[in-house]
Design a protein around this ligand. Structure first.
Ligand code: FES
Length: 187
């Protein structure tokens, strides 16, 4: 991995760690010490322990420092694996599949309608190419809308994941119902 980590464009909301956060990271590193895939395990644990389910630049720097893994390698892992977030996530995360099977069954319209209903701008939802990953969070931090290249469940297209639950053969009405339930705190 040769690319250098950027300064602080992501996760800028948190540029230092408190003692508790450092302790959590130290514990994660100790748990995974000498195990294969240790770095990924540490990153997963640290993200899971974060209230907004993301890895701040400060956390990545600290992980690099404590493990001796070059910062660029640590950062590279977070950008390579889609499960890692470099920005704070909303309380509810809705992930729309943009793979070919889902696309041909209307996932783009679902995504645009979803963004519209949540008050996200068309620019944010519509300007990206199908192959680009999208992640937008509402200003009140209640919803994050993301896209994925394929969930590997193409027979169920179009597929949308709502707070880690896979929904199959989704249409506008069912998605709207899900969002309404989340908005009203029924889920
Ligand atoms: S294309 Fe959507 S699950 Fe594969």
């Amino acid at each position: 991995m040769t690319s250098a980590a950027p300064a602080t464009t992501h996760g800028a909301a948190q540029d230092t760690l408190d003692a508790h956060e450092r302790l959590l990271i130290d514990q994660a590193i100790a748990r995974h010490a000498n195990r294969p895939g240790a770095l990924l395990g540490v990153l997963e644990d640290v993200q899971a322990a974060n209230a907004h389910k993301f890895l701040s630049m400060a956390a990545l720097r600290y992980i690099a420092e404590r493990t001796g893994v070059p910062p660029s390698t640590v950062y590279g892992a977070t950008t390579f694996y889609s499960l890692f977030n470099l920005d704070p996530q909303g309380d509810n995360v809705i992930c729309v599949c943009r793979g070919t099977a889902c696309h041909t069954r209307g996932s783009r319209t679902l995504l645009e309608k979803l963004c519209f209903d949540l008050g996200m701008s068309e620019h944010e939802s519509g300007e990206t190419k199908e192959t680009e990953k999208l992640a937008i969070t509402t200003p009140d931090n209640r919803f994050t809308v993301r896209t994925v290249a394929c969930f590997g469940q193409c027979a169920l297209a179009p597929v949308v994941e709502v707070n880690h639950h896979i929904l199959s053969h989704v249409n506008e009405r069912t998605l709207q119902r899900e969002v309404k339930a989340l908005t009203q705190g029924r889920k």
